[in-house]
Write a protein that binds this ligand. Structure first.
Ligand SMILES: [Zn+2]
Ligand SMILES: [Zn+2]
Length: 812
């Protein structure tokens, strides 16, 4: 057996393996393999922000542990990595860096600048993903900004349009006035804040009606007043008209049975649109729509003298004029929840606009059915998707008014206005710089204007399950579809898990994935979610550079149960590092003691051999069960506790005298060591892939390309479970521990001989203890052991009724 060096630089060793795995193609997916079952991981392509933070370390450790475990279970694992490149943050960064506005240069030039910008961030993140030791197959790498990826996204657009599931229509949408674009429901965050509520006087026949509102700037878009018909204060006004303050417009007063009579004065403004509830009322009462905002999110001509102002400016001006006119009756603070843009925290507006939509709400029942059917790790996370789906009442608005995104593959006929979609053969296409090949189907004209819209980036990233599998180019793409697992964060179930499911159901009539693996958030030292702007941020290069990837992975795997939020603790990483040193030293010692071992010889295992083999099998079972269910913490703790405490602290110490000895007893210890270490390393391999590979390749591999990660996961061997050996072995190792503790307490060196040890216990325990007579004597240098009933000076921890008394040799 080859020997492990005394000193090792863990960081260098880790980087060596990352290089060798890629050189050897250790993790390549085998497209031609018809024997092994397939396992496909729908790795979410991250947005390349340039940072690989501890939250990413947590995510990728989860994906990778699943991949490694399944590979060792004999699966042909498909583990790709993509980059979700499009999006506004890149546009903003490029504008800032180049000191231009995106409209200053032609769109294709601006797009090129964005692509170059993104590449540098991808390079940084890829370095970190590799450095974490993930078992990704890099031959499968892709970018959503690649022409080939855009082709597939546009093709899916054409197919959905052909099925009537994508349409262009005028509907209310969420709009961010700062980002100047439509946004989807999933991108709206709920923010609590203190706003203001204003009581305004509307004119009504015979007097005035005071109405409370948080949006006075919407008076010009107020299309009705709603009152509850059961409200005696106002019911006589139903059917009459009110006059809006300042603007003097006549609007109807209508009966609306869901008006909260306890809020404000019990009368409410219905505007187009103050919020989402107004949208429902406008449809229900067939009210007209007054658009109040222009494309830039400013008040338009319908706001009269306030036209051109931003919303906050308009509100301020309207309130001042109301006050001056004596129409503002009250103004007070109000705790409220507002919808804000996920990107910039600006309160969103609801506006009517012509946009592209996908008919998603039609699939809600199917999504809920699938959410119930598929496997979730952890199980309760399924309700996040079910509840979100139930809450949706609008279709998905797909179009965005940006540049760096997948173009909508459509033009409009200059003659008749008809929509003209690209043909599949024309894809990928950027309609802003390309003209279609064909003619208008309606009037035959060959002149077109482009559709300037681009698609929501979720429209790129919600197609990965099919694209990873090889759709639409590989005829056998169904072999990898649906994805075996979609890994996701609890905060993006409503986007990623939802959009994937709805998209694949709509395109193929099939669910996107068979299971979902959820990770929680990483919390900083202050207990809040780790975030750059909160100053509690730790970057992964700092952690890798200090303690290495295997230590960081142990923190991720064992930091908390799967799906829960996990605090980042340096102590956990340091513990991981100490564990590696312990493992390294134990294996180095074992390799030396195995140097003359002949594996073709067999010896009968002795008591402590049978004891550890039995414990090993139980650990294999616990670890396998936990790995199956993605319970990383339990799997990691089972393997680490066995390694550190059972193997290193107890077994190795007790077997040393035999390993330094001769004959059958030595051979029995050697064969136990060889067998145990191999299985122990295999159980640890998904958590700490580098160090286990280094040890395995030295002690076990026969070929340089041989890898522990391609070896077979240990099968639970029930024949080795031996309850009697465990009972006796636990007692004997317990006695050894107590003797060590006593020596420590007395300040006596551990290697100093003991003259006499008396063990007190009942008959049954004494019989067990006698089985370890030689082990205790040799291991702890005890000259004589007496077995008595009664009680001694020190209880043996964990073994009620067993105690002992030590007599040390007189000082020499
Ligand atoms: Zn915004
Ligand atoms: Zn036409």
């Amino acid at each position: 057996m080859k020997q492990l060096p005394n000193k090792i630089d863990f960081l260098q060793m880790e980087e060596k393996w990352e290089r060798l795995w890629e050189e050897h193609g250790t993790y390549r997916y085998d497209w031609g393999d018809e024997v092994r079952p397939r396992y496909s991981i729908d790795t979410p392509p991250p947005y390349p922000s340039g940072d690989f933070h501890m939250g990413n370390v947590l995510n990728w450790t989860y994906f990778d542990m699943r991949a490694r475990y399944k590979r060792m279970r004999g699966f042909n694992v498909h583990f790709p990595q993509g980059w979700d490149c499009h999006g506004m943050p890149t546009e903003v960064a490029v504008e800032k860096n180049k000191k231009i506005r995106r409209s200053d240069v032609p769109p294709d030039v601006f797009r090129k600048m964005c692509e170059e910008w993104v590449e540098q961030y991808i390079a940084k993140m890829k370095t970190a993903v590799v450095r974490l030791g993930t078992s990704i197959d890099w031959s499968l790498e892709y970018r959503t900004m690649d022409p080939d990826y855009i082709r597939k996204v546009q093709l899916s657009f054409l197919i959905l349009y052909g099925k009537g599931l994508i349409y262009k229509g005028e509907h209310p949408i969420n709009y961010c006035p700062r980002c100047e674009t439509a946004i989807a429901d999933a991108e709206v965050e709920r923010l609590r804040r203190t706003g203001k509520i204003y009581s305004l006087a509307f004119g009504v026949p015979g007097g005035e009606l005071v109405i409370a509102t948080t949006r006075p700037e919407y008076i010009p878009a107020c299309v009705a007043i709603g009152v509850n018909p059961t409200d005696e204060r106002h019911s006589h006004l139903i059917g009459k008209q009110a006059t809006t303050p300042i603007f003097g417009r006549k609007i109807p007063i209508i009966a609306k049975d869901d008006v909260d009579t306890t809020f404000g004065t019990g009368a409410m403004m219905i505007c187009t649109y103050g919020d989402k509830a107004d949208v429902i009322d406008v449809a229900r009462f067939k009210l007209p729509v007054v658009n109040l905002l222009d494309k830039r999110g400013r008040l338009n001509e319908n706001a009269g003298k306030y036209a051109g102002m931003t919303i906050p400016e308009g509100r301020k001006a309207v309130v001042e004029d109301l006050r001056a006119a004596g129409l503002l009756r009250e103004e007070k603070p109000l705790e409220q929840e507002v919808g804000t843009c996920w990107r910039c925290d600006t309160p969103i507006e609801v506006v009517n606009a012509k946009q592209w939509f996908m008919r998603t709400t039609a699939f809600s029942d199917q999504i809920i059915e699938q959410a119930k059917k598929i496997t979730w790790y952890p199980d309760f996370m399924r309700y996040r998707l079910i509840d979100w789906t139930k809450s949706l009442d609008w279709d998905w608005v797909l179009s965005r008014q940006r540049v760096f995104a997948t173009p909508v593959p459509a033009w409009y006929c200059k003659q008749c206005g008809e929509i003209h979609l690209a043909e599949p053969e024309e894809l990928p296409v950027d309609t802003k710089v390309q003209q279609p090949r064909g003619k208008c189907a309606k009037c035959g004209s060959t002149e077109f204007t482009p559709d300037y819209d681009v698609m929501d980036t979720w429209f790129d990233s919600s197609l990965t399950c099919a694209i990873h599998a090889g759709w639409p180019d590989r005829p056998d793409w169904h072999k990898l579809f649906p994805a075996s697992v979609h890994p996701s964060g609890q905060d993006i179930i409503r986007t990623w898990a939802y959009y994937l499911m709805v998209r694949h159901l709509a395109l193929f009539g099939e669910p996107a994935y068979e299971s979902v693996l959820i990770n929680g958030m990483v919390l900083g030292g202050d207990g809040r979610a780790m975030h750059k702007r909160l100053g509690n941020f730790v970057a992964s290069p700092e952690v890798f550079g200090k303690h290495g990837a295997d230590a960081a992975r142990q923190w991720a795997a064992a930091g908390g149960s799967t799906g829960t939020d996990i605090p980042f603790r340096w102590e956990d990483v340091e513990y991981g590092r100490r564990f590696m040193t312990k493992l390294w030293n134990a294996c180095r010692f074992s390799a030396m003691r195995l140097e003359d071992h002949d594996p073709s010889q067999h010896a009968e295992p002795m008591l402590l051999d049978r004891w550890i083999l039995s414990k090993l099998e139980k650990t294999v079972k616990a670890s396998t069960d936990a790995m199956e269910n993605c319970e990383w913490m339990n799997a990691t703790e089972a393997a680490r506790n066995f390694t550190w405490h059972v193997f290193c602290d107890d077994y190795l110490e007790a077997a040393k005298y035999r390993l330094y000895g001769e004959g059958e007893a030595k051979l029995a210890a050697q064969q136990t060591l060889r067998y145990t270490i191999r299985r122990m390393l295999q159980m640890l391999a998904p958590v700490t892939p580098h160090i286990t590979e280094e040890i395995y390749s030295t002690m076990y591999a026969t070929d340089p390309k041989d890898s522990i990660h391609l070896s077979k996961w240990p099968d639970y061997n029930a024949a080795l479970v031996d309850e009697e050996a465990e009972r006796a072995g636990d007692l004997i190792t317990g006695i050894m521990g107590e003797v060590r503790k006593q020596k420590n307490k007395l300040g006596v060196p551990l290697n100093k001989p003991v003259k006499r040890l008396v063990i007190y216990a009942d008959e049954k325990a004494l019989a067990d203890a006698r089985l370890g007579d030689r082990d205790v004597k040799e291991t702890l240098k005890v000259e004589e052991i007496a077995y008595e009933s009664g009680s001694g000076e020190a209880e043996v921890e964990g073994h009620a009724g067993v105690s002992l008394t030590l007599t040390l040799l007189p000082p020499s």
